[in-house]
Design a protein around this ligand. Structure first.
Ligand SMILES: NC(=O)c1ccc[n+]([C@@H]2O[C@H](COP(=O)([O-])OP(=O)(O)OC[C@H]3O[C@@H](n4cnc5c(N)ncnc54)[C@H](OP(=O)(O)O)[C@@H]3O)[C@@H](O)[C@H]2O)c1
Length: 316
């Protein structure tokens, strides 16, 4: 497993990270507890040392499980996210320092770590980012030695830019061949600040694996049920043709091409994977390949094909 610098921190982390949203049964439908533990154990066994979670995933269950499974697993790093109050009805976003302190202490306990490696604000809006107190609070935690790095999981380029200007060590952002624009928009700010980028949704929630038929149905509690209209879904499947020419030689599948696209970007410290089984994890680790993940000419040609397919902000 190759390592990359976690931005300007002193940490080096595996360039593939295990994300735990899909394992939590919250976003994509149920996963058995046995399989969750097997996936975490397998990730450790293949050399993944970076684990991405949030206090809300499984209402804390993912943090608890990581806390248990990572004990005795050697050096591992955990990224968690706080800022969603599930106790209210409906749940609300809360980034005031008093709430963040309680949330952090709960996460710390569930993760069974005195020092939590990375803590991010979980999807704040641009308006929420205007308040400087939340990141200042995380900075204080860092100065007190309770966390190693802080930042924001950003749902847009504007939020990411704001976090970078406020000296975030880490941003987590959606980045994939169909959604390259947010990272490309803030690439200059990332380079200038030296912050780490954790790239999530590298398969565009599974779409880029290229294994779906046009009549694919999603379970009612799967977030993808409302993500695309039937027409948008068909368009997305057609747009996959822009990726197909990448599948040649060592690039054995669309899944491999999608993952290599993300790993080709040197701004990315780690690609946060979302496997929901050991089989999926093994496929991803095997097919990530090694540098050069995709050649420069292949990336340039891809950018042109994506543009022609109507996907803005094509590959850099
Ligand atoms: N706001 C945030 O902070 C935020 C938001 C989203 C994600 N994340 C983090 O990033 C992680 C990954 O995000 P994501 O779920 O959007 O990732 P993703 O990789 O784009 O999508 C995950 C989906 O891809 C499919 N998949 C995974 N491995 C596969 C394989 N080997 N072959 C074919 N399909 C495969 C699975 O779909 P099927 O279920 O259909 O098999 C899985 O549910 C999350 O677990 C979480 O840790 C953070």
């Amino acid at each position: 497993m190759r390592k990359r610098h976690l931005g300007k921190t002193t940490l080096q982390v595996s360039e593939l990270a295990l994300g735990t949203w899909g394992l939590s049964s919250d976003g994509y439908g149920p996963v058995s507890q046995v399989e969750v533990d097997r996936v975490i154990d397998r990730a450790i066994a293949v050399g993944i040392d970076l684990f991405d979670t949030a206090d809300v995933y499984g209402r804390g269950d993912m943090e608890r499980r990581l806390g248990k499974r990572l004990q005795g697993a050697g050096t591992t790093f955990v990224v968690t996210k706080i800022g969603t109050d599930l106790d209210g009805l409906p749940p609300t976003k809360r980034f005031d320092p008093a709430y963040l302190r309680t949330a952090f202490e709960r996460s710390q306990e569930r993760l069974a770590r005195d020092v939590v490696d990375v803590v991010l604000l979980h999807n704040p809006t641009v308006a929420a980012m205007r308040d400087k107190e939340p990141l200042a609070f995380l900075k204080e935690l860092k100065q007190a030695g309770k966390i190693r790095a802080f930042g924001v999981s950003a749902g847009s380029a504007d939020v990411a830019r704001s976090a970078l200007r406020d000296e975030a060590d880490v941003i987590e952002i959606a980045y994939n061949a169909f959604h390259p624009g947010d990272l490309h928009e803030v690439a200059g700010d990332v380079s200038e600040s030296g912050a780490a980028v954790l790239a999530r949704s590298v398969l565009a929630h599974g779409l880029l694996a290229g294994q779906w038929s046009a009549d694919r149905e999603f379970y009612a509690d799967d977030h993808r049920v409302n993500r695309w209209t039937r027409e948008e879904f068909r368009t997305r499947l057609r747009q996959l043709d822009a990726l197909r020419p990448l599948v040649t030689g060592a690039v054995v599948s669309l899944r491999s091409a999608a993952l290599r696209f993300v790993l080709s970007n040197n701004l990315v410290s780690s690609a946060v994977l979302g496997p929901r089984s050991v089989a999926q994890l093994d496929q991803l680790v095997r097919e990530a390949g090694m540098p050069p993940y995709l050649r420069g000419t292949a990336l340039m040609e891809l950018a042109e094909r994506l543009k022609q397919a109507g996907i803005e902000g094509g590959a850099a």
